[in-house]
Write a protein that binds this ligand. Sequence first.
Ligand SMILES: Nc1ncnc2c1ncn2[C@@H]1O[C@H](COP(=O)(O)OP(=O)(O)OP(=O)(O)O)[C@@H](O)[C@H]1O
Length: 266
Amino acid sequence: MVSAAIDEQAPAIRVRSLVNAFGDQVVHQDLDLEVRRGEIIGVVGGSGTGKSVLMRAILGLRTPQGGEIEVLGVDALSDAARDTGLIQRNTGVLFQGGALFSSLTVAENVSVPLKEHYPGLPPDMVHDLAMLKIRMSGLGEDAGGKLPSQLSGGMRKRAGIARALALDPALLFLDEPTAGLDPIGAAAFDELIRTLQRALGLTVFLITHDLDTLYSICDRVAVLADRRVLVAAPLPEVERFDHPWVQEYFHGPRGRAAQAAKPKEA
Ligand SMILES: Nc1ncnc2c1ncn2[C@@H]1O[C@H](COP(=O)(O)OP(=O)(O)OP(=O)(O)O)[C@@H](O)[C@H]1O
């Protein structure tokens, strides 16, 4: 039974028969997806297949036309989930571009969710917690006092991660985290996500077009096509899946290059 309390035994995310449409345009029809606790799931699909719409629905940022969504065992579409902010308190999100407040310093940005969800926390404690998350995200102490415009693109993403981790979430959502980073910066960012996921026991829902990210850090990959999740499985299984988009994506030139460069299992 689904209730408005976190269920430690439930899957991190369970989506059933999801329908999302904009007017006549049906983006998802009977979409099913289960995300396990503690995994990094990569969500891929062609442009416009509804990866961001799926993430927004799971986060409660849009109401789907049909279906069920449970997050950490909580019915995400229920009034109770909305009223308590339970899911928001247990999830962190890095939107495309970081979405930091441009007029606030990095430390102030990271403090925003802390102040919002725990208004009684003393300011010193809020600041110390924000600085801890900033250091965990691989930024130096000095970054805390800077405005987003004073940071490089990679540093802004790290600041976004620090903010996403502010509330010690069980679940982290990342929308194209390596987009716009050079290959070395992207590899370092992948490494940061893997390190944080292992250290904090996070479940990570990661939308990406980056094949290197899939091969280096994802435990499973979910492919969106034809308005649903075609397959959600470890990469070797997904690579074999008989669908034109999957074959082109994984066995085209870029897919072959990423496979050749993938880390060998220890
Ligand atoms: N608010 C909206 N109003 C109308 N249509 C929308 C809205 N949001 C998304 N869509 C449409 O839904 C479809 C899926 O969009 P979405 O952004 O989820 O795709 P995506 O898979 O994340 O694409 P990309 O890889 O290009 O980021 C697109 O056709 C888009 O135009």
